[in-house]
Ligand binder design. Structure first.
Ligand SMILES: [Zn+2]
Length: 161
């Protein structure tokens, strides 16, 4: 048997948009959308072998696959709960996934994005990546630093490697 750590994939119910976004900031694979509640959520999770994240007390009566009932209303507490339950490091692979589409970002050469990003960004940044689905271009900038600060503020115990 393989002993490598299995990546958990998530299906967040539609009440958990902020949690889903922050999990994507951390590079976690999470589907989220208006159709993801009740049986829609269960079917989507089952189809792709995803762990359901929900605040819906009624879901367990619908015979769902594995799920994690999210205790708190606050996204920081929610993140703490998911990270502790699943044991991944929040700063392991941040900013590797499109926040809108959930796809893994691809590196993009500087020449290829010249016409796409603002001139100031083009002249001050060197490393770019983009989402092959929506075409959104990402680069390390101040909002990334704020997000890293936010992740650090979670003050989570780092898993030992
Ligand atoms: Zn995208």
């Amino acid at each position: 048997m393989e002993t490598s750590v299995k990546e958990v994939k998530f299906a967040a119910d539609r009440m958990l948009g902020k949690l889903a976004k922050w999990l994507r900031v951390m590079g976690q694979d999470v589907i989220y959308g208006q159709h993801l509640s009740g049986y829609g959520l269960i079917h989507a999770a089952r189809a792709e072998n995803r762990l359901i994240l929900t605040r819906d007390h009624g879901l367990k009566k619908k015979q769902p696959p594995d799920f994690l009932f999210i205790e708190s209303d606050h996204h920081r507490e929610q993140l703490r709960q998911v990270i502790q339950a699943c044991g991944f490091s929040p700063l392991n692979k941040p900013f590797t996934r499109c926040l809108e589409c959930n796809l893994i970002l691809q590196p993009r050469s500087k020449a290829a994005i010249e016409k796409i990003v603002p001139a100031y960004v083009f002249s001050t940044q060197e490393n770019f990546s983009w989402c092959p689905q929506c075409g959104r271009v990402y680069w390390p900038a101040t909002h990334h630093q704020r997000m890293v600060a936010e992740l650090r503020e979670l003050a989570l115990p780092q898993p030992r490697i």
